[in-house]
Design a protein around this ligand. Structure first.
Ligand code: FMN
Length: 223
């Protein structure tokens, strides 16, 4: 994927589809963090993959953000500033956090390239996460990254609606009686309702559109 496209199209996702990502793709995204700049080349990070549903639920609680519980994986980004502090004193603490940010951005762009989705989550109760994952005190939790595919509400195309309409028309009274073009009503689920006392099989239709199904298309599927 073109770098400019990845940078511009990356966005936070908070609703995931049921499709589970291949863990190999996730590993590839994590591998991209090796190429981020690190002060003195001291790599201070660990990316922990959480796949256990119960643990994911507990971490979602620690973040007070329900959408995390719906992710297939969580990646918990941890940094240990020990080596950067040894090399640079107090500034080493800042470097460890800055290089975590650089690494996370690599990861986010790679996630975009793989057509996966995530959201950088920085709001959480540190101790709750550390307890859940048995992470020691000197380690910083930098971010939680829920992983999945973005949930997309796709609209059917005009062709798909027409094709479905051919089948509806094929079994209509109009077709049986006249064997000619058939007009059908097109509406979505949110345009139908049921009022008290309506007989089974009857629905009230709000907004609908009429389309004409051509005789020749119905004849084709009747053969
Ligand atoms: C340090 C940091 C912490 C964040 N924490 C959260 C968070 O706790 N929950 C959340 O839903 N989004 C969080 N975000 C995501 C931002 O809300 C998001 O990046 C921003 O709204 C811009 O949207 P975009 O990522 O789609 O471009 C965080 C982002 C950063 C960089």
């Amino acid at each position: 994927m073109d770098l400019d496209k990845a940078i511009k199209e990356r966005k936070s996702t908070r609703k995931f589809s049921h499709k589970k990502p291949d863990w190999r793709d996730l590993i590839e995204c994590i591998d991209s963090v090796r190429f981020a700049p690190m002060a003195g080349d001291n790599f201070s990070l660990k990316f922990v993959i959480v796949s256990d549903k119960k643990k994911i639920g507990k971490i979602a609680e620690a973040c007070q953000q329900d959408f995390l519980a719906k992710a297939h994986y969580l990646v918990v980004v941890c940094s240990n500033p020990e080596r950067t502090i040894n090399a640079y004193g107090k500034r080493g603490e800042i470097y460890a956090r800055q290089q975590a940010g650089a690494a996370i951005q690599n990861f986010l762009l790679k996630i975009e390239e793989k057509n996966l989705a995530t959201c950088w989550v920085g709001h959480f109760v540190d101790n709750q996460i550390k307890r859940e994952l048995e992470i020691s005190d000197e380690v910083n939790i930098e971010a939680i990254l829920p992983i999945g595919y973005a949930f997309e509400k796709t609209k059917p195309s005009k062709t798909e609606i027409y094709e479905a309409g051919v089948f509806v028309a094929r079994y209509s009274q109009d077709w049986r009686d006249n064997k000619n073009d058939v007009k059908i009503s097109v509406f979505t689920g949110k345009n139908i309702s049921k009022e008290k006392g309506m007989k089974p099989g009857l629905w009230k239709v709000g907004r609908s559109k009429t389309i004409t199904i051509k005789k020749k298309d119905i004849a084709k599927i009747e053969k």
